[in-house]
Ligand binder design. Structure first.
Ligand code: SF4
Length: 687
């Protein structure tokens, strides 16, 4: 028995399935995963959710890519790494030489490590002199980052999950943490049940947290900003705001009060449908709370006014003095495990690593000197702008790391058309994704269990992952693939371990200047947030992140939802399920999870079901101006009236939500307004 025990390897890693950042040991024997054992993780202690515990068998899936593939005469053919890399380098150089900077776009992934994200932006900027680099936070949390950067200076949670636990009041807007951030939600459930924490939930859908809430608000779709501003105005009118905090810390108060003039409770009731008495109760609860934390997700950000609503949340927290103290603050909930890190590492068209702007001459010069190249002084293209540029024939090639664009981007039929126009397309992924069908070359990458590196969770906490298993077949960690491509392109990248990439990044990035792999060893972790590079679990203790240390009230008016012409009378909301990872391209390969949740269904309200004669299990057809889906119905009072809910984890064209969504986008960040989708529902009588 002891011999057997000896062959069991225990390796610490960080979960790849959501932004909470649980860490645990994975017990393995050969390639077999015996169990997941949480114990000392700084975020989760002894907890995990079903995905963290049982979602890993995809790493041994027979569908894994294990050899590079090159398209020859329309067919993908397995080739050697040498041939694949030569093919990539030759074509990227040809396109760069022929069409110049701006002809190749780079999309990085929040499923890959910080070090890998750093290298993607380095490849774009150093080798191809372009800022056309972005990551999938564009599809989720960029509006939150925008709203926070404009008001308080940093695009991240202002405190840690411990602050959420300590708060007197938690307000959750447009998020479903019980399914999307389960371990974090457990902390709120416990504080609410055992420690008298109050809970307000605002959502279209009565999710599990809404069931538990002291107040559940059900605003009309796309109107959150109005009730938030009305509550802020009411608090100020009643004199319940924190005048001393505002005077000391915040600019623009008088202008902000003027902007709030029209956001009366009556106006809010008319626009949002929430009774004004309920909004008064919300204001009273904020007044009485010993610290308020606001958590928000895609229900806020994936709207035409996503960045404005995020700024309105931050304004409310500023007006009530809920920054710069424990148990309070702003908490955008990051979806993928490394959304925060992908942005921190500068995989963004307007930011170098550590949120140093490409327009900041000094910062740019520092990177130019380090990289020995010129970096454009203007921001590059966002993901959607890259798609536009491809359609216009200005962008000819794309290098895509770990992103399932054809299911995740809005208006998927359009994305199919765009990608088919690329002259050259490199896809680096763990599986043959739907997007990969458009590739010219596919480079097999390793998932998190097969690599070393760091991830940064929703609370800005950087943690190390250690290699649990060797890469399957000839697959390689993304950082090694990127390095091999850079070498083929004539650049002397020579990192022998991700720690060297991290050290290079930290040497150029003030907020990481005191972080390194020694600090992060074992269960160690580091929260960025101070310009002198210190561990900073609570942001802004020394003032807000502006030269004068003052925050700013953002003067953002409400952006009305898009209008739909024609007979589209149902709003279709979408989101994750507890068991599945986002678009499902990892958990759909897990037999354990797939057997528990084999299919998806559209949630239909009892009222609508009665009106249209819909029963559980009956097929319905959903038709939007951009496409159609056929999916089974589930009648539930989680949704109401003509609002529908479709989980986002289908990889089938028949039922994937983005074959319905359209091109509307957030006014500031171009994040698609996925939540503002309308459909016509047709009942197909067959079961
Ligand atoms: Fe993984 Fe998130 Fe579940 Fe934690 S809560 S185990 S990070 S999916």
């Amino acid at each position: 028995a002891s011999l057997r025990k000896k062959r069991i390897k225990k390796t610490k890693t960080v979960c790849t399935f959501c932004g909470v950042g649980c860490s645990f040991e994975v017990w393995t024997k050969g390639r077999k995963i015996l169990k997941v054992q949480p114990s000392e993780g700084p975020v989760n202690g002894i907890s995990t959710c079903i995905k963290g515990k049982f979602g890993w068998d995809f790493v041994n899936s027979k569908e894994r890519l294990t050899k590079p593939l090159v398209r020859k005469n329309g067919e993908f053919v397995e080739v050697s790494w040498d041939e694949a890399l030569d093919f990539v380098a030759e074509n990227l150089l040809r396109i760069h030489k022929t069409y110049g900077p701006g002809s190749i776009g780079f999309i990085s992934s929040s499923k890959t490590t910080n070090e890998e994200n750093y290298l993607v932006q380095k490849m774009a900027r150093q080798i191809f002199q372009t800022n056309d680099v972005d990551n999938c936070s564009r599809y989720c949390q960029s509006p939150a980052t925008d709203g926070l950067i404009r008001t308080v200076g940093f695009g991240g949670d202002s405190g840690t999950i411990k602050d959420i636990e300590k708060a007197g009041l938690v307000i959750i807007v447009g998020a479903n943490p019980a399914e999307c951030h389960p371990v974090l939600a457990t902390r709120v459930k416990r504080a609410h049940k055992l420690h008298g924490q109050k809970l307000i939930v605002a959502d279209l859908r009565k999710n599990e947290m809404a069931e538990r809430a002291d107040i559940f608000l059900r605003p009309k779709q796309g109107t959150d900003q109005v009730w938030i501003m009305a509550v802020t105005k009411y608090i100020i009118d009643q004199g319940w705001h924190d005048e001393a905090f505002i005077q000391e810390n915040v600019l623009n108060f008088e202008e902000y009060k003027q902007l709030l003039e029209k956001y009366t409770l009556d106006y809010a009731e008319e626009v949002t449908g929430i009774p004004k008495e309920t909004l008064m109760q919300v204001a009273e609860m904020i007044r009485d709370a010993d610290g308020t934390c606001v958590l928000w997700g895609m229900g806020v950000t994936q709207n035409t006014g996503g960045s404005h609503t995020s700024a309105a949340i931050s304004n409310l927290l500023l007006a009530t003095g809920n920054y710069r103290r424990p148990g309070a603050g702003a908490f955008p909930l990051r979806g993928h495990n490394n959304v925060q890190g992908a942005c921190d590492m500068g995989s963004l068209p307007n930011m170098l690593p550590g949120y140093q702007r490409v327009t900041d001459e000094k910062a740019r010069e520092k990177f130019e000197n380090a990289y020995g190249t010129k970096i454009p002084s203007t921001p590059g293209r966002t993901n959607p702008e890259m798609l536009d540029a491809i359609m216009e024939g200005k962008m000819k090639a794309m290098y895509l790391v770990g992103e399932e664009m054809t299911l995740v981007d809005c208006n998927a039929n359009h994305v199919d058309e765009v990608l088919s126009k690329l002259e050259f397309f490199v896809v680096q992924d763990v599986f043959f994704s739907r997007t990969a069908q458009y590739a010219d070359v596919i480079l097999p990458a390793s998932p998190s269990l097969e690599k070393e590196g760091t991830f940064t969770n929703t609370e800005r906490r950087v943690q190390r992952l250690y290699q649990v298993l060797p890469p399957l077949g000839e697959s390689k960690p993304d950082w090694q693939i990127l390095q091999l491509v850079a070498q083929r392109l004539g650049y002397d990248w020579n990192y022998s371990h991700p720690s060297e990439i991290f050290d290079e990044m930290a040497s150029l990035t003030p907020i990481f200047s005191q972080a390194n792999y020694d600090v992060l060893a074992g269960w160690g972790s580091f929260c960025w947030g101070s310009l002198d590079g210190k561990d900073t679990p609570l942001l802004y203790l020394d003032g807000f992140n502006f030269p004068d240390k003052k925050a700013r009230f953002a003067l953002d008016d409400w952006v009305e939802p898009v209008e739909y012409e024609g007979q589209f009378d149902c709003i279709i909301n979408n989101g994750r399920m507890l068991e599945h990872f986002h678009e499902g391209n990892l958990t759909n390969k897990s037999t354990g999870i797939q057997s528990k949740v084999p299919e998806i269904f559209v949630e239909v309200s009892p009222e609508l079901a009665k009106e249209r004669g819909i029963e559980d299990g009956m097929f319905v057809r959903l038709v939007s101006p951009y496409g159609a889906c056929k999916v089974k119905a589930l009648v539930t009072d989680r949704v109401k009236g003509n609002e529908l809910f479709l989980p986002m984890n289908s990889v089938s064209k028949d039922s994937a939500i983005n074959f319905l969504t359209g091109p509307a986008a957030d006014v500031n960040t171009k994040t698609p307004a996925y939540k503002q989708t309308k459909v016509r529902l047709e009942v197909l009588k067959d079961k």
